[in-house]
Each structure stands twice: as structure tokens, then as C-alpha cells.
Design a protein around this ligand. Sequence first.
Ligand SMILES: Cc1cc2nc3c(=O)[nH]c(=O)nc-3n(C[C@H](O)[C@H](O)[C@H](O)COP(=O)(O)OP(=O)(O)OC[C@H]3O[C@@H](n4cnc5c(N)ncnc54)[C@H](O)[C@@H]3O)c2cc1C
Length: 281
Amino acid sequence: MMSDLGTKVTILEALPKILPGLDKDVTQVVLKSFKQRGIDVRAGVAVTGHTPNKKGGGTTVQFGDGESIEVDLVVLSVGRRPYSESLGLDGAKSGVVVSDKGFVEVDERCRTGEQGVYAIGDLIATPQLAHVGFAEGILVIKDILGEDPVPVDYGKVPWCIYCQPEVAFAGHSEESAKEAGFDVLTSKHRYIGNGRALIVGEADGLVKIIAEKDPKTGTGGRILGVHMVGPWVTEQLGQGYLAVNWEATVDEVAHFIQPHPTMSELFGESVLAMTGRSLHG
Ligand SMILES: Cc1cc2nc3c(=O)[nH]c(=O)nc-3n(C[C@H](O)[C@H](O)[C@H](O)COP(=O)(O)OP(=O)(O)OC[C@H]3O[C@@H](n4cnc5c(N)ncnc54)[C@H](O)[C@@H]3O)c2cc1C
């Protein structure tokens, strides 16, 4: 966003690549777009310190192997930790256990070791997302009401990254599905072939479906992950999220009609291609 407003942006990331955990095809689209817009992405470089400039404000940031860069502002985004120590839990004579990293330990229903005491949201070691905290709150209320609720499936929650182009996903990436031992089939379709994306002039991006390969037919079986990058994909993830969490198969989802012209057609087309009957290859 800052780059689009005219600011020269440099991203310094200590890990070997930015956006760790994303499917590699999705990361490539983001990286390409960042490069085209003049954003300098430096991965594999740890920031070691900074020296405020004596004149004119700003600071000089030191990083990597003796490199430095002079900047007006630094935006620090290296994750968060809970302020559990401020709750007075440490040493309390209760079953509430706080981990070394400050997270309150809970079971799958967010119950601490103390009867009637629950912890949810950023206070526990689950994805630090507003909607996950919300789901945990609902789970707790149901548990208090004795409704035997289904725990949150943390491996399949929806993730949205509001960069430009947007990123949205649920479930396995191709890499994580393979690591988990699945025989994987993937299908990728780009927004450049989608009429609505062309109409709105934002055709950069793709939809990628990761499914189990059906050993009998060689076509797609259960949908394991839906990963998207492109225009308004945070608004399009919904049906992918449902497919992954409903453990729907490719055949089941491919049966449904997508309205035309919409960007959501790309999801339908990507799934359809995995039946062996692709529309556009
Ligand atoms: C910059 C930023 C952007 C984000 N963007 C997104 C996003 O786009 N989508 C998304 O899903 N998530 C996003 N998140 C994460 C999301 O905000 C959190 O996951 C969510 O707010 C966690 O909810 P929570 O109720 O656990 O904690 P919080 O929302 O932090 O609420 C905890 C509350 O407890 C209060 N509190 C703390 N200590 C005490 C105390 N001792 N006594 C009384 N009150 C106390 C705090 O003041 C606070 O109001 C973002 C987070 C940040 C920081």
C-alpha cells in the first residue's frame, strides 16, 4: 500500500523467503508484482540495528553482512506475543499453565487446567487471527452450555493477507500436502483468463487447488487446499474454505455452477480441470 502511495519500500526479511508458509506459486506472484512496482525485497538478511540520523530525521538500518540502508521510517512487523504476565497468572495457585513463550495452555476446547477457566484468541498458541479468536469464543460458550462442540480445525482456518495483490488460502499448500504424505494433484488457473478480472483491469494472480490424487482414475479426489492470489481473493476464498473443511471431493465441487461473469469462475474452472475435463486446459 505504501508503495502504491509513492513511497520507496524495502522489505528486509531474516527468513530465506517472504511470506513463509504460503504455496510457492502464490509467493511467486506476489514477488513478481512487488518487483514490477519497484519494491525491493531482501530475504535472508537479519536486521542487526539502526542508527538515528543526526540531521533531517530518519535512521540508518544495518542488516545482513555489513549492509545498511538510510530510511525515513521503519515499519516493524515481526509477530506478536501475549501479555499473559500482566494477568497475574504466573505462580497463581491454579491449574492455569503459561508456556515459556507466554501462551496459556489449553485443550482442544480452550479449557485450561482450572475448572471453569478458559483462554482464547491471541492468549493461546493458535493462529493469531481475529476470526479464529471469534470461533474459539463461540466454542467456549457451547462448551459451557454442554453442547459437545466440534473443536476448531486449526490446519484449515481461512488466512487472508491484505497486500496487493491480495492473498487468501485455506488448508494445505502443495508443499505441506506432500510433506504430510499425500499423493497430490494440483490445478492452477490465472486471472488473465477470467473475464471479470479483465473487466476490472486486475488480472494479475491465480487460483491453485491442491487435491488428493485418486489412485484409480488419476484425477482429483478430496480437496486438501485452496490457495489464491489476485483481485479480491479475500472475498473469493469462502467456497474454497467450505470445500476444504467439508472435505469435499473434486467431483462434488465441479458439479456446481459458478455465476458468469465473476472472478469466482476461476475457482470452479480450477476444480473442473481436476476431473480431467478442463474448459481451457
Ligand atoms: C496491526 C494488526 C493487524 C491485524 N490484522 C488482522 C487482520 O487483518 N485479520 C485478522 O484476522 N486478524 C488481524 N490481526 C490479529 C487480530 O487483531 C487478533 O488476532 C485479535 O484481535 C485477537 O483477539 P483477542 O481478543 O485475543 O485479543 P485483543 O483483540 O488484543 O483483545 C485483548 C484485550 O484485552 C485487553 N487487556 C490486555 N491485558 C489486560 C488486563 N490485564 N486486564 C484487562 N484487559 C486487558 C487489551 O487491552 C485488549 O483490548 C491483526 C493484528 C494486528 C496487531
